[in-house]
Design a protein around this ligand. Structure first.
Ligand code: AMP
Ligand code: MG
Length: 342
C-alpha cells in the first residue's frame, strides 16, 4: 500500500490507481472514504470484499460539483417540485456532509446501489477529495467515486489515516493522508425519492439546518432502528460503528455518579460531569461544544478501544444539532451490548 500526501502530484498518482481499478482511501470532512471508480464493477466488488461489507449495503457516490450530478442521477425521474428541492439542498449544503438519495442513472452499476433503483450521492467539502474526484474524470465525463467509510464493516469509522492503515492497510492500494477529518461523523442521508422526504441517517448537517432550508422532514428511523434484513438504508442498522469493547451509554448524571474502575474506560461529553481523571478517561469537548465532540468522537473511541478495556462508558450529548448524530453513533456502538444485556 502506498501512502501519499495531498499534493497535486500525489493526488494524480492516486487518481491513476483509481482509474486502473484500484482502491484508494482518501480524506473527506466527515471520515476517510475508500474510493473506487463508481462505474468499475470489479473495483466495486473489491470494496465489498476489503470491508467485508454485505452486498445489501449500498455505497455513497462522491462527485466534485452539482454539475456532475447527471452522471449518476436521473433527475428527470423526479417531479418538478422535488427537482427544485435537490437544487436547493445542493445550493445550501454542497460541498458538505449531506448525502441525497435520488433516482439512479441506469449506467450506475447495481453493485454500487445494492440493486436499488436509487443512488446516494454527495459532494464532499474537502479540497483533496474534490481534486481527486476531478482527476478521476475521463473522456470528458466528470469523475464519480463510490466511497464507503474506510473501515471494516460495522466497526468504528476512521477519522485519521492511521486508523485506515491499521485496519485496512493490507487490503487497499493507496491512501491519501490529509490529516484528521474536521467534522468527524458521517454525512446526513436525506431521502428525496420516497413519498415522504426523510432523514435516513443523522449526520454532519443537522436536522435544524436542513429544515430551515426544506421545511419539515420525516424520520426514516420511525419505530426504532431496523434489524438486518429489513433495511432500506443500512446506515440505519441497529448495531454499527462499534468498538471491540462493550459500550454503555449514560446520561450526564449517571456518568457523574460512576465509580472509576481500573479496567474500564470513560468517554465524557464535557468537563461538567467528569469526577475523575486518568489515561482511560477522555473528554470529547472540555467546554461542551457538540461540534468539537463530533470531530473527536471516533478518534477518542479508537484510542479508548485500543487500551482493551473491559467496558467503555460513554456520555450521551444533549439531543440537538450535531449532538443527535453523535448520540446516534454512540447508541449504535452500544447496541450489541444493550442487546446482550436484554
Ligand atoms: P457509509 O458509506 O459506510 O457511510 O454508508 C453509506 C450509507 O448510505 C449506507 O449505509 C446507507 O445507509 C446509505 N445509502 C446509500 N445508498 C442508499 C440508497 N440508495 N438508499 C438509501 N440509503 C442509502
Ligand atoms: Mg460506514
Amino acid at each position: 500500500m502506498l501512502v501519499f500526501d495531498s499534493s497535486g502530484a500525489a493526488l494524480r498518482k492516486a487518481s491513476e490507481i483509481i482509474k486502473r481499478g484500484g482502491l484508494a482511501a482518501f480524506p473527506t470532512e466527515t471520515v476517510y472514504g475508500l474510493g473506487v471508480d463508481a462505474f468499475n464493477t470489479a473495483a466495486l466488488a473489491r470494496v465489498f470484499e476489503a470491508k467485508n461489507r454485505p452486498h445489501f449495503d449500498p455505497l455513497i457516490i462522491h462527485i466534485a460539483s452539482y454539475r456532475s450530478l447527471d452522471r449518476v442521477v436521473l433527475l428527470s425521474a423526479l417531479g418538478p417540485d422535488r427537482r427544485a428541492l435537490v437544487k436547493k439542498c445542493a445550493a445550501a449544503f454542497w460541498p458538505g456532509p449531506l448525502t441525497l438519495v435520488l433516482p439512479k442513472q441506469p449506467a450506475v452499476p447495481e453493485l454500487a446501489t445494492a440493486g436499488l433503483s436509487t443512488v446516494a450521492v454527495r459532494c464532499p467539502a474537502h479540497l483533496a477529495a474534490l481534486k481527486l474526484i476531478r482527476l478521476c474524470g475521463e473522456k470528458g465525463l466528470p469523475g464519480a467515486l463510490a466511497a464507503p467509510s474506510a473501515n471494516p464493516f460495522g466497526s468504528l469509522s476512521p477519522t485519521r489515516a492511521e486508523h485506515v492503515i491499521e485496519k485496512l492497510g493490507d487490503k487497499i492500494d493507496c491512501i491519501v493522508d490529509g490529516g484528521p477529518c474536521s467534522v468527524g461523523v458521517e454525512s446526513t442521508v436525506l431521502d428525496l425519492c420516497s413519498g415522504e422526504i426523510a432523514v435516513l441517517r443523522p449526520g454532519g448537517i443537522t436536522r435544524e439546518q436542513l429544515e430551515d432550508v426544506i421545511g419539515p422532514a420525516g424520520s426514516g428511523l420511525r419505530g426504532g432502528p431496523p434489524a438486518v434484513g429489513q433495511i432500506t438504508s443500512p446506515g440505519m442498522l441497529k448495531s454499527h460503528y462499534a468498538p471491540q469493547a462493550p459500550l454503555f451509554c449514560h446520561s450526564g448524571e449517571e456518568m457523574a455518579a460512576l465509580t472509576r474502575r481500573d479496567d474500564e474506560a470513560y468517554l465524557f461529553f464535557s468537563g461538567k460531569n467528569r469526577r475523575f481523571s486518568g489515561e482511560a478517561v477522555l473528554v470529547l469537548s472540555e467546554t461542551g461544544s457538540a461540534l468539537e465532540a463530533a470531530a473527536n468522537l471516533f478518534e477518542y473511541l479508537h484510542r479508548l478501544d485500543g487500551m482493551r478495556p473491559a467496558r467503555i462508558h460513554a456520555e450521551i450529548l444533549p439531543e440537538e444539532g450535531i449532538g443527535a448524530a453523535v448520540n446516534d453513533r454512540l447508541r449504535r456502538a452500544g447496541a450489541l451490548t444493550a442487546e446482550n444485556a436484554d
